[in-house]
Design a protein around this ligand. Structure first.
Ligand code: SF4
Ligand code: SF4
Length: 368
C-alpha cells in the first residue's frame, strides 16, 4: 500500500463540497469537522493525530455523493503519524499484546492435510470466546470439503488500523508464504476483519463461512430479531444476503435497523477509538442500542458481539445457528479474557483429533 497522505489530503480538500451528509451520520466528524476541514488541517499540521479518533468504518465513503473516500485519508494519516515513535499511543499497548499473542507459537497453528487447497481461518476472537463454535463449523465444512485445512493465527488487522503498516505487511506476508507453499487457494473466514485483510492483501480467493453454512432449518417460529452488519463488510452485499438467509432458516424474522447493509454503523470498537476516547466509542454503541429498540441483535463478528453485548442483548450468528433456543434466551456461555487464551491453546488439541484421520501437516508459526 503506497500512502501519499499529502496527495490524499489535497484530493479530499479539493473534491469535498462540505455538503455535511457524512458529518450528520458520523460521531467523529460531527465533533471535529467535515472531511474537507480535516484534510485542510492535515495539510497544515501533518503530525495531527486526530485520525486515531476515526473508527475507519467507511460510512462516510458509503454516503458521499461525490465518491470521496475520507476513511482512506484517515488511515493514511494514521500510517504517517505511526512512523514516528512519538506518534504511537501507549494506550494501544494491550491491543497490540493481544495481537502478538495471536501469532505466537503457543496460539498459532497450521493444520494442512495433503492435497488440501481450502482452509478455514476462524481469526482470534471467535476461537477464544466460542471454541465449540469453531469445532461445529469445522465439522459442518468437512462434510463438503473432506480435506479442509484449519489455520489458527492473527491477520494483524489491529496493527494495520493503527498505522503500523510495516509490521502488518511483515506478519501477513509470512502467513501468506506458509499458505502458498502448501498450495492453498481458498480461505474461508468467520471474521469480517479477516475477510477484508485477505481480500485486500492476498491473491487468494476469500469467502465467509456464512455463504457456505447451512442452517439446520426450523419448523418453529422463533420470533423477531434485528441484524448488526459489521462495518468491515459494509460493501459486501452477498454476505448480507447470506446472513439473512441463515437467520430466516433458523426460524427468525428479521426487522432491519435504520442503518444496515452498506449504511451500517460502527459498533464502537472500530479503529480502536475506545483506547483513546471511551466516550466517543460508546456514543457509536449508544446509537446502535437506540436503533435496535430493545430487540435481540444478531451479528457475525465476535468483536461486535462482545462490544454491543455490554449495552444490549447481542449474540453471534453462529450461536443462533448451533444453539438457537439458548441464544434467544441469552443463556449461551461466552468466555472473556484471560480464559479466551486458554481456550485458543486447548482448541489446537481438539482440532488435531478431528483432523487426525486426514493426516494434516501441523506446525506453529515462526516469527519472521
Ligand atoms: S470512517 Fe466512520 S468514523 Fe471515520 S469519518 Fe468516516 S464515518 Fe466517521
Ligand atoms: S458527503 Fe462527501 S462531499 Fe459531503 S461533506 Fe462528506 S466527504 Fe464532503
Amino acid at each position: 500500500m503506497k500512502e501519499n497522505v499529502t496527495e490524499k489530503a489535497r484530493l479530499v480538500a479539493t473534491k469535498c463540497v462540505d455538503c455535511a451528509i457524512c458529518v450528520k451520520q458520523c460521531r467523529f466528524l460531527s465533533m471535529h469537522g467535515s472531511p474537507r476541514t480535516l484534510a485542510t488541517l492535515f495539510l497544515k499540521e501533518p503530525d495531527s493525530d486526530l485520525a486515531f479518533r476515526c473508527s475507519l468504518c467507511r460510512l462516510c465513503t458509503a454516503v458521499c455523493p461525490k465518491e470521496i473516500d475520507p476513511a482512506h485519508l484517515f488511515l493514511a494519516q494514521r500510517i504517517q503519524v505511526a512512523r514516528h515513535p512519538q506518534g504511537r499511543h501507549g494506550q494501544h499497548r494491550p491491543l497490540l499484546s493481544y495481537e502478538k499473542r495471536g501469532s505466537s507459537r503457543a496460539l498459532s497453528w497450521y493444520a494442512l492435510p495433503d492435497g488440501c487447497d481450502t482452509i478455514f481461518f476462524p481469526g482470534c476472537a471467535l476461537p477464544g470466546s466460542r471454541p465449540q463454535r469453531v469445532v461445529d463449523v469445522v465439522r459442518q465444512l468437512q462434510q463438503e470439503i473432506p480435506n479442509l485445512g484449519v489455520v489458527l493465527d492473527c491477520c494483524t488487522k489491529p496493527s494495520h488500523d493503527l498505522g503500523r503498516l510495516d509490521y502488518f505487511q511483515t506478519m501477513f506476508t509470512a502467513l501468506l508464504a506458509i499458505l502458498k507453499k502448501r498450495g492453498i487457494k481458498k480461505v474461508l473466514v468467520a471474521c469480517p476483519n479477516c475477510f477484508r485483510m485477505f481480500k485486500e492483501y492476498s491473491q487468494l480467493e476469500v469467502e465467509t463461512i456464512y455463504e457456505r453454512l447451512t442452517a439446520p432449518g426450523s419448523l418453529q417460529s422463533r420470533g423477531e430479531v434485528t441484524i448488526h452488519d459489521p462495518c468491515g463488510v459494509r460493501f459486501e452485499g452477498a454476505i448480507h444476503t447470506a446472513v439473512r438467509r441463515l437467520i430466516t432458516a433458523a426460524g427468525c424474522t428479521v426487522r432491519e435497523m435504520k442503518h444496515h447493509g452498506e449504511k451500517t454503523l460502527c459498533c464502537g470498537e472500530g479503529g480502536a477509538v475506545g483506547y483513546l476516547d471511551k466516550e466517543l466509542a460508546q456514543s457509536w454503541t449508544e446509537l446502535r442500542r437506540q436503533e435496535a429498540g430493545g430487540q435481540q441483535v444478531i451479528t457475525y463478528c465476535a468483536g461486535c458481539s462482545h462490544y454491543l453485548g455490554r449495552s444490549m442483548a447481542a449474540s453471534h450468528l453462529l450461536d443462533l445457528l448451533f444453539e438457537p433456543d439458548k441464544t434467544l434466551a441469552a443463556r449461551v456461555k461466552v468466555a472473556r479474557s484471560p480464559l479466551t487464551y486458554w481456550h485458543r491453546f486447548r482448541l489446537k488439541k481438539r482440532l488435531a483429533r478431528i483432523l487426525a484421520p486426514h493426516r494434516a501437516h501441523c506446525r506453529q508459526r515462526r516469527r519472521p
